[in-house]
Design a protein around this ligand. Sequence first.
Ligand SMILES: Nc1nc2c(ncn2[C@@H]2O[C@H](COP(=O)(O)OP(=O)(O)O)[C@@H](O)[C@H]2O)c(=O)[nH]1
Ligand SMILES: [Mg+2]
Length: 200
Amino acid sequence: MSIWKRMLRMINIDGSGSCHGPTAGPRDDGLKKIVIVGTPNVGKSVIFNRLTGAYVTVSNYPGTTVDVARGKAKIGGERVEIVDTPGMYSLLPITEEERVGRLLLFKEEPATVLHVVDARNLDRMLPFTIQLIEAGYPLVLDLNMMDEMEVAGIQVDVAKLEKELGIPVVATVATTGRGLDELKRRLSEYVVRRQCTAAV
Ligand SMILES: Nc1nc2c(ncn2[C@@H]2O[C@H](COP(=O)(O)OP(=O)(O)O)[C@@H](O)[C@H]2O)c(=O)[nH]1
Ligand SMILES: [Mg+2]
């Protein structure tokens, strides 16, 4: 079990979402889940819409006023559920939105967590990526807003970042769809291969 899970359990936050254990979160029809996380305004919802198309439901997370959008997609030939979470900055929540984001991560046994970041602000965004890696989630990092990054004259060596982090890293422009095929391909590596967050 990762140090994060142990710590969160110690402070009495249920991080017990194991492969086969009970879960309090909303259940679906047995589809594997991809949970999209990241800070506000990085393009999570645009990516969610591009992945899911028309089949989307939005409802309050139980016991809260926070909206959670769920949709279906075909990734790697398999139907999966995609969950769009409210913005969150870390695994230690301050706002109700962040608390719901963390509950979704813990309770929904994601087959893959997709961390979407603004490619212009990697220094501020990567600490959360590292938290998610340390927590043991099967993680894909999406460097979104590559168009804005290029306009700002910033360069990122995606291959090197991927090697350093040890997880798939994809560059996208959600608004135009650039990189989305590659994103689906990299997501499918986990969806097809992994059953759930068994590592944590
Ligand atoms: N230029 C640019 N704008 C983007 C990109 N992705 C999303 N946006 C815009 O960024 C804003 C926030 O996107 P949204 O998906 O609502 O962010 P969320 O808060 O992370 O769900 C919207 O105005 C989007 O149109 C991108 O790759 N490039
Ligand atoms: Mg959003």
